[in-house]
Design a protein around this ligand. Sequence first.
Ligand SMILES: NC(=O)c1ccc[n+]([C@@H]2O[C@H](COP(=O)([O-])OP(=O)(O)OC[C@H]3O[C@@H](n4cnc5c(N)ncnc54)[C@H](O)[C@@H]3O)[C@@H](O)[C@H]2O)c1
Length: 384
Amino acid sequence: MTTAPLRAAVVGCGIIGRHHARVLVGHPDFVVTAAVDAVLPAAVGLADEVAASGAPRPLVTDSLEAALEGAEIDVVVVCSPSGLHVSLAETALAAGRHVVIEKPLDVSVKSARRISELASAAAPQGLMVSVISQHRFDPANRVVAEAAHAGRFGRISSGLASVAWWRSQGYYDSGDWRGTWALDGGGAVMNQGVHNVDLLVWMLGRPVEISAQTGLLAHERIEVEDVAVATVRFESGALAVIHATTAAYPGLSTRLQVHGDTGSGVVTDDRLEYFHVASPDAETGPQAALDTANQATDLLPDDQLVGGPAEQDHFLRGHARQYDDISRAIRAGTPPGVTVDDALLSLATVKAIYVSATLGRPVLVDDVLTGALDDQDVTVGVRP
Ligand SMILES: NC(=O)c1ccc[n+]([C@@H]2O[C@H](COP(=O)([O-])OP(=O)(O)OC[C@H]3O[C@@H](n4cnc5c(N)ncnc54)[C@H](O)[C@@H]3O)[C@@H](O)[C@H]2O)c1
């Protein structure tokens, strides 16, 4: 097993591509050897930044194919507009490279199913494909997920995933692809809310049925929603609410709640707000004074708790923690913490919200996942 740094090509050198480059440059297991962007000055900018950090200057190209020809590359990091994720990942896999794909997996469930098959076929050759969902590695989300998976919350009864953010009109106007069905794949849920949808599905299990409504209320010149609400029924019987908006001025919090019949966990803005698991001998009679003590401080350091000091470099730390996992998976030849199939289920859940809102009726996630309602034309707030 080699311990040499893994050589990474960053494809798409915009906001998140440059963020990946910063994380990779600071990570002992990676070096950046190629900067790829269809708009060459963006790739030059990323390469300049890498070189300014003291690392070797990456090759600059305007296509992944040229990078694969001209640079030493072990892993291709796809940071393009969402609708191009799978096609770029396919090129990388076909060339025998490991692949990291930014969230969401793609905008099309059909394309996502294809990369799922290709990733499964490539795994026996030692090729790894992982999808970024950096909040799965936040200590607060891990604590709640581990409690949910271990049954410490008892029977999970309900959950909530909310993102109440603000994005200005300038944000949507800043890139032709933003706010389009073809390349952004949706609005507040697909681009911003997908993180929390992924966490909810990770913690509560398989979603079965979704009923949703969407609206475009505070922006113009975009095709997609800036507010969405949905209810979800899970295979376990648990029920949940999803709320995602980019129309909540001035931009408030993200919130995730998981409740069961012996405990609850609440994460706000990636930090643990509340955690309680009943002790096995807790009094449960009708007159019992329930212990509601917040156990969060017993579990995590102050900078992972609501009200504590901010974690230093929190945004960089999130991706860095996922790159620890990606490095481990590549070197050990074992599956990464976030697989293509994990991301496919989250993508189908997001799509089911759009299909339900478009059709004006509940839809089965499996019908979206397996193709019966696959890539149904979707609209915002319009009933047939
Ligand atoms: N994990 C997170 O927290 C997070 C945060 C922001 C964005 N993202 C995801 O990252 C992706 C990019 O978002 P962004 O905000 O950086 O967008 P952006 O517009 O800032 O950057 C995208 C870049 O991709 C380039 N590009 C377009 N087509 C290309 C091609 N065929 N080959 C190479 N480059 C190409 C564009 O020229 C642009 O420079 C999206 O899928 C988004 O959902 C994830």
